[in-house]
Design a protein around this ligand. Structure first.
Ligand code: WT7
Length: 669
């Protein structure tokens, strides 16, 4: 039986054919990438088309030290290109026109399935780029996208990239409030959505939700001019006949059906040549103050990094079938459903459904159906599927698999071992990829043909990435030890700024330790030099791979008229990784009752989204505060765990509140 302590060497059959086939080879490239990043990435850049070539003398310019002036990161200054051209036209020109870019698999196995070649994808993208142009979208304009996992989503993204518009995708599980706030923040010109989608047996009416969001954005003072809607509900067989166009709320002159707009459009559109540092897209991520941050990625560097990490970390070879289960609404989907695979001329599976519908073997069925060779998913999904045992897995042939990937949160050794043994049959490499919306691509990860694996360790940095561990006072932790995980030099795929707020970018990521990009995560280095991510060091938590901040949830809870104060902490959860545990102090003369609890849960769902739903809402007549009024969160975390070892509470203004909180704990389910 594999154990947590063991080291798992890559299968020799994988190493033999791999791009990087030993640790010695990894080290050689790694050292070069740090010593001479210009040379290293210039070589990578050669495979792509540059309308204006880069100036080798200005390949990389940056300042990581806030005390020396504004933080800036520039790769390939002076070069110009178009990322869509590189992903599509270039591949078609290289003979991949008839290669499948995407196999699309719907929510229900009986839904029509669809394969899209590179040639067809290019035509569709060009037609939609022409639609956007006709609606007045220009270079630099922001386009919000709120869509299910359908092929029109990558088509819309690439159409934006083709004409130089900046896409801002909002995961379609976010509430109308969240969508409105994001459209307002980026001042979106157009919104692209679908009438709806099925999630398992549940229909989601996305257009209706968009209407509410559009109205809210209007109230906030911003008008989104146009809304383009894909008609999706009708074409999926699992859907009842009565979901027809007429049921979808519609505003003349603002709303347009995607298929009607596409009808007469030319399947060709000259690409807009973009400067290397022109924005490509923005993607909101949670911030510890509560207001989401619009992480901005630019053109050239992101292309190099998405392409290289995809190729090396998944060891993708022509003919392989790659499947990343992440929704495109998150960074994982941006980089490893769209940009990384297409930059490599790869064939991917795109899946609209869930792992549990119509049955708990759906993932394994899809792997078998398309003969998937690389499968990339999240620990929370693995933990949820482990519960059903091996039987659902054994129904399918998974022998084509070579590389298994994990992302979003630390993978516990038990889930790692299950993945390794039952899905990978002890023959596959597991890549536990640590990265962030901000990093653009993998930054700490094993390499499948090279790295001996330790279950639960993200292991070593990718090329160009220089991690350091720092203690609280900024002193480097060398050798074995634990500290803040920071990076001391830029890699091409890292974020460049926060949209419209460079100051917040500098203060969030560069002010704690001058000279370093601060991830907000902690890490431990073991005696063999392996890095183990220990989790967030700020007030952020990760529920089923969705990053959120406790402040964000607190500010929603305190909106309720009966609530005086709220404090939210994270509690470990067997499947979700972490869950939300909320402490509520009602207003004077207000009672705390079941009605309040359900109203608060509903409020969080409405304001943020269903995935942010708190697991526990408990009454806190008082919160554990220091004399200066700071809430002692470690005490609340102990209460959430029902662990009486609360540690030193002598600095609390009123120690008796702690007992009270333990008394008020609702019974654990
Ligand atoms: C945070 C970033 C980019 C992936 C999707 C989430 C946590 C991510 C791992 C991993 C341990 C991980 C970190 C990170 N995280 N991958 N392999 N091991 N922790 O992107 O929403 O920007 O969240 O997810 O805490 O900071 P995100």
């Amino acid at each position: 039986m594999p154990s947590e302590k063991s080291i798992y060497n890559p299968n020799p059959a994988i190493s033999r054919d791999a791009y990087i086939s030993s640790m010695a080879e990894y080290r050689k490239f790694y050292e070069e990438s740090l010593e001479n990043p210009e040379e290293f990435w210039m070589r990578v850049a050669k495979q792509f088309h540059w309308e204006t070539p880069a100036d080798p003398k200005k390949f990389l310019q940056y300042n990581f030290n806030i005390s020396k002036g504004p933080i800036s990161i520039k790769w390939m200054e002076g070069a110009s290109t178009n990322i869509c051209y590189n992903l599509l036209d270039r591949n078609v020109r290289n003979g991949l026109g008839d290669t499948i870019a995407y196999y699309w698999e719907g929510n229900h196995p009986d839904d029509y399935s669809r394969g899209l070649t590179y040639r067809k994808l290019l035509e569709e993208v060009c037609r939609f780029a022409n639609v956007l142009k006709d609606h007045g979208v220009k270079k630099g304009d922001r386009v919000s996208i709120y869509m299910p996992m359908i092929l029109e989503l990558p088509i819309a993204m690439l159409a934006c990239a083709r004409i130089g518009a900046v896409h801002s995708i909002v995961f379609a599980g976010f509430s109308s409030d969240s969508l409105a706030e994001r459209m307002f923040d980026c001042q979106a010109k157009v919104l692209i959505t679908a009438d709806g989608a099925w999630r398992g047996e549940k229909p989601l009416y996305l257009k209706a939700l968009c209407d509410v969001a559009l109205e809210k954005a209007e109230e906030m003072g911003h008008t989104v001019e146009k809304c383009i809607v894909v008609s999706h509900l009708k074409r999926v067989t699992a859907c009842a006949e009565d979901h027809v166009e007429q049921d979808i709320p519609w505003t003349e002159d603002r709303d347009f059906w995607w298929h009607e707009e596409m009808e007469d459009k030319e399947p060709a559109c000259y690409p807009e040549w973009m400067e290397a540092e022109d924005p490509l897209f923005m993607l909101y991520t949670s911030g510890s103050t509560g207001k989401p941050k619009g992480v901005l990625h630019t053109t050239a560097g992101y292309l190099l990094y998405a392409a290289t990490t995809f190729k090396i970390v998944f060891d993708y070879k022509p003919g392989d079938i790659f499947w990343c289960t992440a929704d495109i609404g998150w960074i994982t989907g941006h980089t490893y459903v769209v940009y990384g695979p297409l930059a490599n001329g790869a064939t991917s599976v795109m899946f609209e459904g869930t792992p549990f519908y119509p049955d708990n073997d759906r993932f394994w069925a899809v792997i078998d159906k398309y003969k998937v060779t690389q499968f990339y998913t999240a620990p929370t999904a693995i933990r949820a599927l482990m519960k059903f045992g091996e039987a659902p897995v054994l129904k399918h042939n998974l022998n084509g698999l070579k590389v298994l990937g994990s992302v979003g949160e630390p993978i516990n050794p038990e889930a790692w071992l299950w993945f390794y043994r039952y899905i990978g049959k002890e023959k596959c490499s597991i890549v536990d990829t640590f990265w962030q919306t901000e990093t653009g691509g993998h930054v700490i990860t094993p390499i499948p043909g090279a790295t001996p694996m330790k279950p639960g360790s993200a292991s070593f940095p990718f090329f160009g990435v220089k991690p350091t561990l720092l203690d609280e006072s900024g002193v480097e932790v060398k050798g074995e030890g634990e500290g803040y995980l920071v990076f001391s030099q830029p890699w091409p795929g890292m974020m460049r700024t926060l949209f419209g707020n460079h100051e917040r970018f500098e203060s969030t990521y560069f002010s704690k330790f001058p000279g370093f990009y601060c991830t907000g995560d902690g890490a431990r280095r073991d005696a063999d030099g392996y890095l183990w991510i220990t989790g967030r060091v700020d007030d952020m938590l990760n529920v089923s791979g969705h990053l959120m901040s406790t402040a964000e949830v607190e500010s929603v809870l305190t909106e309720h008229h009966r609530v005086a104060e709220a404090a939210v902490v994270s509690r470990p959860h067997a499947v979700k990784g972490e869950c939300l545990y909320c402490f509520i102090t009602p207003n004077e003369n207000e009672t705390f009752d079941a009605k309040l609890v359900s109203e608060l849960k509903k409020l969080v769902r409405e304001r943020i989204g269903p995935f942010a739903m708190p697991d526990v809402v408990q009454h806190a007549p008082g919160l554990p505060k220091t004399r200066s009024g700071k809430i002692m969160r470690r005490v609340l975390r102990k209460v959430a765990l029902n662990d009486r070892n609360v540690g030193d509470i002598s600095t609390l203004a009123d120690e008796s509140v702690v007992d009270q909180l333990f008394k008020n704990r609702p019974a654990d389910k």
